[in-house]
Design a protein around this ligand. Structure first.
Ligand SMILES: Nc1ncnc2c1ncn2[C@@H]1O[C@H](COP(=O)(O)OP(=O)(O)OP(=O)(O)O)[C@@H](O)[C@H]1O
Length: 935
């Protein structure tokens, strides 16, 4: 890292560094000098100041995951942090971003050399200056370079951190250290697994690294372990961020097995299926003997499998690791020695051949799977003898406390194996997380088929969906909706917006037809025939069933598994994992696009080989999928794809564009399509279940009281079942949140209850138009009369967000005054755009027959003034790089191409588009959902 400069010079301007704010806003200097500076100079400033810019530039992502921003901000503010988040949730970003924002070195202590090496490789591929110090480092100059601040991120082992001379730290402190992160911080605790004694000594550095925030990060820490980490690292008033442990994209399954030829044949068959679809697999064995045996079987059928265990020499282990991480071999058979040190995001299957020694290690090892969020599978095979290994695992452990902890963890692992109920629930509750549902729908126990079984949930879904179709269709339509079809007829009727859309993907169409047949024969459904058309509807018996059901809870409805269902269910059960992958992997892909995807994966592999890195370090599978679906023809469009960083565009952009063009021609695919990749992280956990997971019990309870028990907001607020009354405003917010989460919602009742009239809506719309953004409510409220409350504004915005037209949903009622206002409509106002839903079709009243007040034609004349200055502006502005950047700066919420063309009416559309293309490929401007924003 270069020595820190005191002043920045821009032509005649000299700015002291103190005038540059390291915040998510543009710097002081930029704001003041923007109109005078060419973009090439602005870039320097943009790069130094924004967290979002760092995220897109180096990582290619357009949005932080929920907790990341807070943790990063706290680190930048020099506060100690403890981050406990699921594997693959994006913890690393929390220590990777601050050094790039504040331009000081971040120190990261990591337990394994291989892990550090992989992370360094991936960071370098993003244009980040990263290195590591540890026994395997052969370059003796690294330490000297590091202490002069030449690296953004410096990894080191705990041993190195403790042994390195104090002069190293004092030199580095002079040039600047922005954080001291301890990754896999559970190693610090004797209560956790993987206890490492050197971790306990790290606290000594507190006295050396004064004023440097310490950050502990781990994916597996019970409350006890969290306390241990805080105490051991002496974290002072830490910002603690504990997220969900749920890995929703992972399927969990367990089977007992007997070691032997027969089982191994089956296992090899199963692995072959994954390998055929390009799904990297790890097989964890409990002994080296098993590693050798399983790999021998795999090699015999021609599967290239690597092995990894503690008795191999270091070189052989490293080579095995390298080949797997770089996609040169698809299967790794290993002992737990191949544990924390894998940073490969696209592992699709983790098999445990034998019960692991603790539930923590199982969670950690299985968690290596699907870190890129794509559906993946974790199978655990156990024998009863595995449970008797407690003494063996205790080995040489002296401490009685630790022996106890080891035994307890093994017991928990045994419990997990023998469980008859939801495995995810068990795992989450083990880590202290409560989930309100008993069935996740994505583990073997939640999907097991029987000859006769309770199909209440499926019946609920089908009947509710038929009801949503309002008796206007045959059985195929609701089935297609449940199965997530995006056929034209479904899009046209907006059935893809139904909360039920896609909830029935787990079963094929024939399965649903068989269920429909049964429900018909039992009087829950009826079919009427008109001419040659058949219409399906719910009978009064079906209505009663629906009335006594909630999305979480239905009265039992045990139905026989018919022959048609048996075939499908057996298939579903036996090959659940493959089906999940096969369907979700290529959801939304045409056959040609699927081929395109496979071919471009190959190209990425070749590119990675040629530059000596891992394919995932260039970009993740998820990004490759988006490329396969959009097939960008320009660097600007490539840069726009989530996961594409600046380094990739600069270094490999031309190569990628050439390959995309060539493959598109070869496969007869057009360029520049619109990606609609909603389902790449598809999982079998139903979204309704997720709703319950996301909503807190208090919110869900409020919604139930309102929706099911018909209570008023006032009654809910003062309900006697609650320890203390809550504010009515809070209840309203809870209810709006429930609507947002997709729970059934009666907008008419809600609108009436809060007194939302058309007149009020018109006023809110006009206020929004005047304020120009919906990001903050206060400015909107300030534009409105006293009697229009935040509840009105929030309700209106929620409906907009959910693309609910107040009229169609009955969310606003009409008063005489409303009619008067509506009759004085005017068509001169620009379309209303709300934050987050920039130009959705539902807002376009020419396409939809929705509430007039949502459309510009119907806004009252008195609001016309709002847009007059723009319209009446006689000066035709010309767009240049700096004028465009300057103007975008004032539109945080983004603008459409039309907005830009209207503002810069002195420039042609072609020249504006060309300018935008340049700005996009240079990472100044980012386009999302048709809206341009400054990065
Ligand atoms: N804001 C984001 N947007 C999109 N993807 C992200 C974001 N943050 C992280 N990721 C991706 O999520 C994946 C997992 O991230 P990361 O390796 O940081 O997880 P982790 O929590 O550190 O996992 P582990 O505990 O296994 O080390 C990576 O592929 C990473 O690129």
């Amino acid at each position: 890292m270069a020595a820190e400069v005191e002043h920045f010079t821009f032509g005649p301007y000299k700015i002291h560094k103190s005038q540059v704010f390291y915040t998510s806003q543009l710097s002081y200097a930029m704001v003041n000098l923007r109109p005078l500076l060419p973009v090439s100079l602005l870039s320097f400033h943009l790069e130094t100041v924004t967290m979002e810019f760092v995220l897109k530039k180096y990582f290619g992502f357009s949005a932080f995951r929920p907790y990341q921003e807070e943790v990063i901000q706290n680190i930048i503010d020099k506060r100690d942090c403890l981050v406990v988040m699921a594997t693959g949730s994006g913890k690393s970003l929390c220590y990777q971003v601050p050094p790039l924002v504040v331009r000081k070195t971040g120190i990261v202590v990591s337990p394994l050399i291989s892990l550090m090496q992989d992370q360094v490789m991936a960071l370098k591929e993003r244009g980040i200056r990263a290195e590591y110090l540890g026994s395997a480092q052969t370059d003796r100059t690294i330490q000297t370079k590091a202490e002069s601040g030449q690296f953004d991120i410096l990894f080191m082992t705990p041993e190195k951190a403790c042994l390195i001379p104090t002069s190293f730290w004092s030199n580095l402190l002079k040039v600047g250290i922005c954080l001291f992160a301890v990754d896999e911080a559970h190693c610090i605790s004797e209560w956790g697994h993987d206890f490492r004694v050197e971790y306990k000594k790290l606290d000594k550095l507190r006295g050396v690294l004064i004023d440097v925030p310490f950050v502990g990060l781990t994916a597996t820490a019970t409350e006890k372990v969290q306390v241990d980490i805080i105490n051991s690292l002496k974290l002072e008033n830490p910002f603690v961020s504990v997220g969900s442990f749920d890995r929703a994209n992972l399927f969990y399954g367990v089977k007992p097995f007997n070691r032997g030829q027969h089982f191994l044949d089956g296992l090899v068959r199963e692995i072959s299926r994954f390998v055929a679809t390009g799904g990297p697999t790890i097989v964890y064995c409990t002994t080296i003997k098993d590693v050798e045996q399983v790999s021998k079987f795999l090699l015999e059928v021609g599967i290239k499998a690597g092995i990894y265990h503690g008795q191999m020499d270091r070189k052989a282990r490293e080579e095995s690791h390298r080949l797997f991480v770089r996609d040169e071999i698809q299967v790794m058979v290993a002992t737990v020695a191949f544990g924390m040190g894998i940073d490969k995001p696209n592992i699709r299957q983790v098999i445990h051949y034998g019960c692991p020694k603790s539930i923590e290690s199982y969670y950690q090892e299985s968690g290596r799977c699907g870190r890129d969020g794509i559906a993946s599978v974790c199978w655990l095979y156990y024998t009863r003898s595995d449970f008797a290994k407690g003494d063996f695992y205790c080995g040489e452990i002296q401490s009685e406390d630790q022996r106890k902890a080891v035994r307890k963890s093994l017991e928990a692992a045994e419990h997990y194996c023998l469980l008859a109920t939801c495995r995810r629930k068990f795992l989450l509750e083990y880590f202290g997380e409560k989930i309100s549902t008993d069935r996740c729908g994505n583990c073997d126990n939640c999907i097991t088929s029987k000859k006769e079984r309770d199909m209440s949930r499926e019946a609920f879904l089908l009947m509710a969906c038929i009801q949503s179709c309002k008796g206007n269709w045959g059985l195929n339509m609701p089935i297609d909706i449940l199965r997530g079809s995006r056929a034209k007829k479904i899009i046209d009727a907006q059935f893809d917006k139904l909360p039920l859309h896609g909830l029935g993907k787990a079963y094929p169409a024939n399965w649903w037809k068989a269920l429909g047949q049964q429900l018909k024969s039992r009087g829950y459904l009826k079919e009427t025939v008109n001419d040659v058309y058949r219409f399906i509807s719910v009978t009064s018996k079906g209505d009663k069933f629906l009335a006594s059901s909630t999305p979480d809870n239905q009265p039992p409805l045990v139905l026989p598994v018919t022959a048609e269902m048996v075939d499908d269910e057996e298939n579903t059960t036996e090959q659940e994992e493959n089906k999940t992958l096969a369907t979700s992997e290529f959801e939304g892909f045409s056959e040609a696009e699927r081929q395109f995807y496979q071919m471009i994966l190959e190209e990425r592999l070749k590119l990675a080989r040629s530059i000596g890195t891992a394919p995932y370090a260039i970009c993740g599978d998820q990004t490759i999928k988006k490329i396969a679906l959009t097939r960008p023809s320009t660097k600007a469009r490539l840069a726009n794809i989530d996961g594409v960083n600046q380094h990739l565009v600069t270094r490999h952009g031309d190569h990628f564009l050439q390959v995309i063009l060539q493959l598109s021609q070869q496969l007869n695919l057009t360029l520049d399509g619109e990606a609609n990749l909603q389902t790449t992280t598809v999982r079998k956990v139903s979204p309704l279940t997720n709703v319950r997971k996301k909503m807190t019990p208090a919110k869900l309870e409020a919604w139930k009281m309102w929706h099911e028990d018909g209570l008023s907001v006032q009654m809910i607020a003062n309900h006697t079942g609650r320890a203390a009354p809550i504010k009515e405003q809070t209840v309203i917010e809870y209810l709006l949140e429930a609507a947002q989460e997709g729970l059934p919602f009666d907008w008419t009742r809600f609108g009436e209850m809060i007194g939302l009239t058309h007149e009020i809506i018109s006023k809110i719309q006009a206020a929004i138009l005047k304020v120009g953004s919906t990001e903050k409510l206060k400015p909107i409220k300030n534009e409105l009369p006293e009697d229009i409350s935040y509840a009105h504004i929030k309700t209106y915005l929620t409906m907009q967000n959910l693309e609910k037209s107040p009229e169609a949903e009955g969310g606003a009622h009409t008063t005489e005054k409303d009619e008067l206002i509506n009759s004085s409509s005017d068509s001169s106002l620009p379309p209303l755009r709300t934050h987050g839903t920039p130009s959705g079709p539902v807002n376009d009243c020419r396409a939809q027959n929705h509430l007039p007040s949502v459309c510009e034609e119907e806004l009252p004349r008195k609001h016309q003034k709002v847009s007059e200055p723009e319209e009446g502006n006689p000066i035709k502005l010309k767009a240049t790089e700096s004028s465009l950047v300057g103007w975008l700066k004032n539109h945080d919420e983004g603008v459409t191409l039309l907005d830009i063309l209207q503002h810069f009416s002195g420039s042609s559309e072609d020249s504006v588009v060309e300018l935008l293309d340049c700005l996009e490929s240079d990472f100044f401007v980012y386009k999302k959902n048709g809206v341009y924003r400054l990065m």
